[in-house]
Design a binder for this molecule. Sequence first.
Ligand code: ATP
Length: 465
Amino acid sequence: MKVTMGKIVSLAKRRGFIFPSSEIYGGISGVWDYGPVGVLFKNNIKNEWLKSMVQEREDIIGLDSAILMNPKVWDASGHTEAFADPLVECKKCHKRYRADQLVESLRKEEEGVTTRKDLEKLKKALKGVECPECGGPMTEPRMFNLLVPAYLGVLEDNKKPVWLRGETCQGIYVNYDSARVSTRKKIPFGIAQIGKVFRNEITPGNFIFRSIEFEQMEMQYFVNPKEADKWFKYWKPQRLQWYQNLGIKKENLRLRQHAKDERAHYAKDAYDVEYKYPFSAKGGSASGGSWKELEGVHNRGDWDLSRHSKYSGRDLSYFDQDTGENFTPFIIETSAGADRAALVFLLDAYHEEEVKGETRVVLRLNKKIAPIKVAILPLSKHKDLSPKAREVFEALKDKFMCEYDETQSIGKRYRRQDEIGTPYAVTVDFETLKDQAVTVRDRDTMKQDRIKIKDLDSYLCDKLE
Ligand code: ATP
């Protein structure tokens, strides 16, 4: 069985995970909406991340900063001056590509990676390269700002330009001091936040892998510079493990260190958690799959707090009362995309098997992130079965995300629940009316247990928690 992006995109649309945004108007490139099932699924992923970062730890606190910020933040971060991406455009079909990604798509695995910052190197690498789409000649690479502009103000002639944030971490840096003081945290400690970001991506594509509007799950860990290496070493396996704990197959994940010329100029060290996606850098399907970024783990040094100290005039250095040291904290960042994670969970869980001459599609999602935990299905729409099944639904809905469904044949309803990854399907049949028991079908083993309705709650609690 081969998992392709086509299969995932089609299932996502068919079953209500993800739709193209404003589709009735022809859509908008690189923007996606999460449907009724998708919103539950994505929220589960975000909640698991928040739980592992904030709930289960004493050293990390949460934050929800605004999308709009004083534009000076983006001057301090470097986004408005140097933090732009190199772009090439086809002179014939005018399709645009990010130069570093195009180089990467042409390289062979053993050739190493290309920097997005070194324009001269990119120019050389792209000399004579034709448009992958139409074969036309290409322009030389030029720098391009990824930030999406917006304007505030009601008067047409007096609008103030602002940026929609291009990363959530800046909101963490500017709140670092207030968050620390209000919670009396001592270094080392971290701040975690999930939120929307916007990037003028030149080549959005591969479904939700690269979009214009997406969500990040970022954690910034503030440390004594002397301990930065130790904490960087600590966070790398932690982040790899998080995906494995939620069911991603070990062989599809790896950590890759950035080459020196690949990382941002201020970064001391950087690794990517990579996943083996079933597409090539050009967007087509890759027979063996290709390794690409899922999350970044970076040692950002003291760049961020130094810059914000300088640009804002507020001293963001830290005085360590235990040692008497004064320093600007180094930051170890773990930066994940909620949408890219959603894609990876879908890809990794997709499974096809032959059952009685038919292809059964099942999402073997980890139970924690499955959108619906329990489906309640009366055998058929019937005057006695439906009320009984509703009774079961009412008894369970407070504890688990349940779905009551009595439309279509029972076979079709099972198929739907398999395709959205529901771990347990509870069927109410005519026997139920006599023995007050139901059949519980396990998504993965297809084994069926007969359980008394009065024991159902604790049976499911055992299985799901
Ligand atoms: P890439 O090299 O793929 O453009 P990046 O290095 O620019 O990624 P970061 O700025 O480190 O990415 O962002 C952190 C995470 O945010 C990425 O690992 C990815 O999961 C997610 N991400 C980044 N850009 C996008 C995008 N355009 N669409 C969806 N997710 C994204």
